[in-house]
Design a protein around this ligand. Sequence first.
Ligand code: NAI
Ligand code: MG
Length: 491
Amino acid sequence: MATPQNKLAFDGGWDYDPAPESTDHIKLQKRYELFIGGEFVAPGKGRYFDSINPANEKKLARVADADEADVDRAVQAARKAYKGVWSRLPAKERGKYIFRIARIMQERAREFAAIESLDGGKPIRESRDVDVPLAAAHFFYYAGWADKLEYAFPGRRARPLGVAGQVIPWNFPLLMAAWKIAPALACGNTVVLKPAETTPLTALKLAEVIADAGLPPGVVNIVTGAGKTGAALVTHPDIDKVAFTGSTNVGRIIQRALAGTGKRYTLELGGKAANVIFEDAAIDQAVEGIVNGIFFNQGHVCCAGSRLLVQESVADEVIEKLKSRMETLIVGDPMDKNTDIGAINSAMQLEKIESYLKIGADEGGEMHQSSARLPSKGYWCAPTIFTNVAQSNRVVQEEIFGPVLAIQTFRTFDEALTKANNTPYGLSGGVWTDKGAKIFKMTQGLRAGVIWANTFNKFDPTSPFGGYKESGVGREGGLHGLDAYVRLGAE
Ligand code: NAI
Ligand code: MG
């Protein structure tokens, strides 16, 4: 891939010199235990699983596999901490602890970023510039709310719910942990968090930070394991609230299990966002936006712009420019600072993406991939687009969760809106145009929780995030994110 001294590469272009992030500063243990009641404890049955680096398939660490009894221990620890300490602490004291977590996370940002990229396969540039700073920003933001809840809910008294059971996915492991833990703590709840089985290491680093920040034991508990561990947590009778981010399938299972229990829940599920490009858009910026929308983080993004709707009059130009931009995207070592597209998170996810490439081609779609050379070890997918696809095609309807874009054209505004809304999902969307009026019309018509105008995939702790329809229930982030962790009553 990278060659010394800017040697002319075989494809006639110039390669960058390698710029690997150093890993000297990171401390990984050989084996990680469960974080329960403020201590690292072995799982009852003594079972462990491997977390690997998807870029080279090498084992990074052994990680505890929690069973039902372990989950129960964690929930009990959280309950004890809730009753005994956390719900009684003056709100400003809670805030201090959360600020402390944010500050320590910033101090260890380089270590978090490197571990995130090693464990999950995302480019170091993203974990360094997006995931870790945003995770710290969420802790800072919600720390600020801890003693100001009376202003968040004027005229009403906000009380905590109790113990929150939180299950998160592998696409933004640390960031999702922050999204879940920060508002829960700010509102006075205690938590049991289960990270995804392919990416548990930054959550376990966060457990170290939480211990170092001196949080009272049991306020945050982290239990690792796969789907069974997650199921044990969300169906535990002593949980007051469930927060889940992941697949729509598992979201449905959880919703069914919770029906009639009176427990509160938020579900943040899949998406199939349309990125709509009008002929009056700044085309070069729009092409960058498309690239950012679908190739960012290997397309492992629930709000990815996985459908492109482009006005017919500019379609050829946009697709031509997009193909040429795709050629310049560097696919490879996530730890290299030049890398644009890292490794697919797991063998299973790669298999799923590849099955969709076949489905798309079988349905008559025209597939185009960049000519990027892929490393021989690890899980990789070159950036891919499908043209000549219809609204009914599976690659247009279903979430692929990889760097795969389905492109369709439209003639009129109404056609664009109808096509954009013709999806079981409603998480996000994008609109590119020179006209403010068109932006407002589109944002009012699109059934999506987040809509970006002339940009894509921008996040901020103050903005609520969440979906319509099969994309989920409830909002996270911002003021709305507090709502999910409080019971409101009279003052
Ligand atoms: P998943 O929904 O199975 O995994 C997400 C989390 O839920 C993990 O921590 C997992 O251990 C846990 N989990 C699994 N089964 C559970 C159960 N019955 N009860 C409680 N927790 C459970 O997602 P998976 O299999 O990793 O990915 C499959 C597809 O889901 C992806 O291809 C993608 O389309 C979608 N997905 C969407 C995400 C999003 O952010 N909306 C994130 C991850 C996946
Ligand atoms: Mg891993």
